[in-house]
Design a protein around this ligand. Structure first.
Ligand SMILES: C[S@@+](CC[C@H](N)C(=O)[O-])C[C@H]1O[C@@H](n2cnc3c(N)ncnc32)[C@H](O)[C@@H]1O
Length: 302
């Protein structure tokens, strides 16, 4: 596994000249080398796509998900808005699949297919549903599709997203120098800099085929399991790429965790309650989360 935090390349407009949700070509390899992500999508797409299915890939990037879908026999249309990424995807897809995949240089927010679709692939995801436009793009797609084609909606992959949060004590000191800045963590790695004050709690879960959330918010009380100075919270975002009902199962992709500092740390002992509150819109930048993040010890706990 790579030991760097995959997706740290999502630098904001000020640094790259690109809007935050556009991933320029130089950062696409971070996505391609994220083996957990790639394997989960390869498995889910192999499971969901049957030969002849009409598949739409919104925010196709280098086209890798379209490639997986074409390999499974899907008739694929891919949409990418960033010109260099689009050009690279077009030649990579041509090399891998001949003329099987149609790729269009377009904005996924306005694109309307000219015929019904069976499956929509959309990986415009960031931990916390921050920064990227997954919810906005799928919401706009659903409205346009229902208006122009009527129902039923296609299946979506991912099918659902589940988000959780937990209070933590994070060591933000590096060689004696303290910088409380957001940290990304690989879920499968040991995290010696993080003390989990309490286990995670789910604050949001939804299906992409159901009404989509307009906010990502939490107001949760945790019971501390160990002494800690809670100076951060950890966000956990798990995407259920495909769900099966008989037998019950899913192909999941848990994104890299995001640990964000709080402005006013609180000290807790085992058994103490600690309240975590935040509220932001899907697609907001990380500072919108951190600016509105509040940690407190409920008054009755004193
Ligand atoms: C996180 S990347 C994932 C790329 C690809 N789906 C994959 O899984 O490797 C999201 C992609 O969506 C593209 N994108 C962002 N906003 C878009 C929009 N409005 N229309 C089309 N593509 C968009 C970005 O440029 C980026 O290539």
């Amino acid at each position: 596994m790579p030991d760097y935090p995959v997706r740290m390349g999502h630098l904001s407009t000020e640094y790259t000249g690109f809007p935050a949700d556009v991933i320029p070509l130089q950062y696409q390899a971070l996505l391609l080398t994220d083996e957990r992500r790639m394997q989960a999508f390869a498995d889910a797409i192999a499971q969901a796509v049957q030969p002849g299915m009409r598949v739409l890939d919104l925010g196709a990037g280098t086209g890798v998900l379209s490639y997986f879908a074409a390999r499974a026999g899907g008739v694929v249309t891919a949409i990418e808005c960033e010109p260099r990424v689009f050009a690279t995807a077009r030649s990579a897809l041509r090399a891998a699949t001949g003329d099987t995949v149609r790729i269009l240089h377009a904005d996924a927010r306005d694109y309307l297919p000219d015929e019904p679709i069976d499956l929509v692939l959309c990986e415009m995801l960031h931990v916390g549903l921050l920064r990227e436009r997954q919810v906005e793009v799928i919401g706009a797609f659903k409205r346009r599709y229902l208006h122009h084609m009527g129902g039923p909606l296609p299946r979506f992959l991912p099918e659902a997203t589940v988000q959780a949060v937990q209070p933590v004590e994070q060591d933000f000191t590096y060689m004696g120098y303290t910088v409380p800045a957001p940290v990304f963590q690989l879920p499968e790695s040991r995290q010696p800099r993080t003390v989990e004050a309490a286990p995670p709690q789910v604050f949001q879960q939804f299906f992409y085929s159901s009404p989509l959330p307009s906010r990502c918010g939490a107001d949760l009380v945790f019971v501390a399991e160990r002494p800690a100075v809670v100076n951060a919270v950890r966000l956990i975002t798990k995407n259920l790429l495909t769900l099966t009902y008989d037998p019950a199962g899913s192909v999941d992709w848990t994104m890299n965790y995001l640990v964000v500092p709080v402005n006013e740390p609180v000290e807790v002992l085992p058994g103490d309650e600690v309240r975590v509150r935040f509220d932001y819109a899907p697609g907001d930048e990380i500072p919108v989360l951190t600016d509105g993040l509040r940690i407190s010890v409920p008054a009755h706990a004193h």
